[in-house]
Write a protein of this length. Structure first.
Length: 95
């Protein structure tokens, strides 16, 4: 399985990416351009979820990242320090 891409569609249609982007802004083309982008996003997500596409690459491409923020509080580098890990993924809480 190959991931669908806007660039791949542009190659197939023999248009530039700029032309595709211009159509996205034209009146009367919003619905079809949004539909194209939704179908491509859905295909990538489904392919990654079924392990047919590399989930890490697709997650980055779709902007689906698992962020962790680390906050530290304490007296000084030689004193007592408390570390708090905040995760965007509830399953990782307390890890």
């Amino acid at each position: 399985m190959r991931a669908m891409t806007i660039d791949g569609l542009c190659i197939f249609l023999d248009i530039t990416r700029q032309t595709f982007d211009n159509y996205c802004g034209r009146e009367g083309f919003f619905d079809i351009m949004t539909r194209i982008q939704s179908v491509i996003r859905s295909q990538k997500f489904a392919g990654a979820a079924a392990d047919l596409l590399n989930p890490n690459i697709i997650a980055r491409d779709l902007g689906l990242i698992d962020r962790q923020e680390v906050k530290s509080t304490g007296e000084s580098p030689v004193g007592k320090i408390q570390i708090e890990v905040i995760s965007a993924n509830p399953a990782n809480q307390g890890d």
